[in-house]
Design a protein around this ligand. Structure first.
Ligand code: PLP
Length: 364
């Protein structure tokens, strides 16, 4: 008897998620000092976390022997106040990845079809496949979601549609008007999961208005993350917003204590620290200009981004990736996103971007 024969084929067929290489691993493999390594591989906030969140974590640490609040009462109220959402329309996750998975575990069964875009965030196909549902990948248009084609892909088996806005790793954005028109057309028995992990980086005129659409679209689930602009990637916390009935069912499949107590407390503090988020956004805008002008100077094409990362094109992307690693710079290969000629670099501190640019220039 083989172990594999005990496992459903759709589980055996899942390709493992490839994350950014951890600093410790690169230090070990290339005999480098950890402190000399620049990690621009996971879209983390180069400023670290909000100092207010740090303060709260240190205060909360003595309570760690207790179970967390399974209902995330304080965090729920904080998010509710900040975004003018009813507490009953909110659910919290161990990162927003947890929200994406909860959505799939609540709604999907074997054989259901789930639509997402080519080059879209890898987790959509993972959580689809884990349920034995069928991923329907729709070709992108200039690296962006092609909503017309996605609409045309709807069949009698379609149960869910994932949309990342902005998308990772392409950094593309769908306009509010286009997105709302799409939601208006999609039949209400199809759940639309709108992943807005990078919304904090958008300029005011582009910022999502999707929370205000919830009353109109009963099939909409919005996910937000504390891992990017809020700088809490290691704590794992994100949230979902949807109509209360959907939230109630998602809560039934949610692990009772899925968000740890430090994460809950830190998220409340981070949420209130508007100064930190705007500082992060300014740094990101400046870093974006710095990297874009370097790519232009080096005659490398790149995809204009609305996030805190840029995907750029190089000859021999795998070799360039390895050569950068040797100099202690970690970026992200995106061949698994059907972008074998591209690498994705997260926008870092000015000095980090500069080290990346100099190393890249020496390699290509
Ligand atoms: C980084 C990212 C997330 C965030 O994941 P967390 O689980 O909240 O850390 C979600 N969606 C996309 C598209 C991302 O790039």
């Amino acid at each position: 008897m083989s172990i594999q024969s005990l496992i459903p084929t759709y589980i055996c067929d899942i390709a493992p998620y490839q994350g950014g290489k951890p600093i410790s691993e690169v230090a070990r493999e290339h005999h480098l000092e950890e402190s000399s390594i620049v990690k621009l591989a996971s879209n983390e906030n180069p400023l670290g976390m909000s100092p207010k969140a740090r303060e709260v974590i240190l205060k909360s640490i003595d309570q760690i022997y207790r179970y967390p609040d399974g209902n995330a009462f304080r965090l729920k109220n904080a998010v509710s106040l900040k975004f003018n959402l009813h507490p009953e329309s909110l659910i919290f996750g161990n990162g927003s990845n947890d929200i994406l998975e909860l959505a799939s575990r609540t709604f999907l069964k074997v054989g259901d079809e789930v639509i997402f875009s080519q080059h879209a965030f890898a987790v959509y196909s993972l959580v689809t496949q884990a349920m034995g549902a069928i991923g329907v990948k729709v070709p992108a248009k200039d690296f962006a979601h092609d909503l017309a084609k996605m609409f045309a892909a709807i069949s009698s088996k379609t149960k869910m549609i994932f949309i990342a806005n902005p998308n990772n790793p392409t950094g593309t954005l769908i306009s509010k008007e286009e997105l709302k028109a799409f939601l208006t057309k999609v039949p209400s028995h199809i759940i639309v999961v709108l992943d807005e992990a990078y919304d904090e980086y958008l300029e005011i005129e582009n910022k999502s208005e999707s929370f205000s659409w919830l009353s109109q679209f009963s099939n909409l689930i919005i996910s937000r993350s504390f891992s990017k602009a809020y700088g809490l990637a290691g704590l794992r916390v994100g949230f979902g917003a949807s109509n209360p009935e959907i939230i109630q069912f998602m809560n039934r499949v949610r692990q009772p204590f899925n968000v740890n107590s430090l994460a809950q407390d830190a998220a409340v503090a981070a949420l209130m620290d508007d100064a930190f988020v705007s500082e992060s956004k300014i740094l990101n805008n400046n870093g974006k200009k710095q990297l874009e002008s370097a790519f232009r100077r080096l005659k490398l094409s790149f995809i204009p981004t609305f996030g805190n990362f840029i995907s750029f094109k190089v000859d021999n992307a795998p070799q360039v990736y390895e050569a950068l690693l040797k100099t202690g710079i970690i970026v992200r290969p995106v061949a698994n996103y059907e972008m074998p000629d591209y690498l994705r670099v997260s926008i870092g501190l000015k000095e980090e971007n500069e080290r990346f640019i100099q190393a890249l220039e020496a390699i290509i």
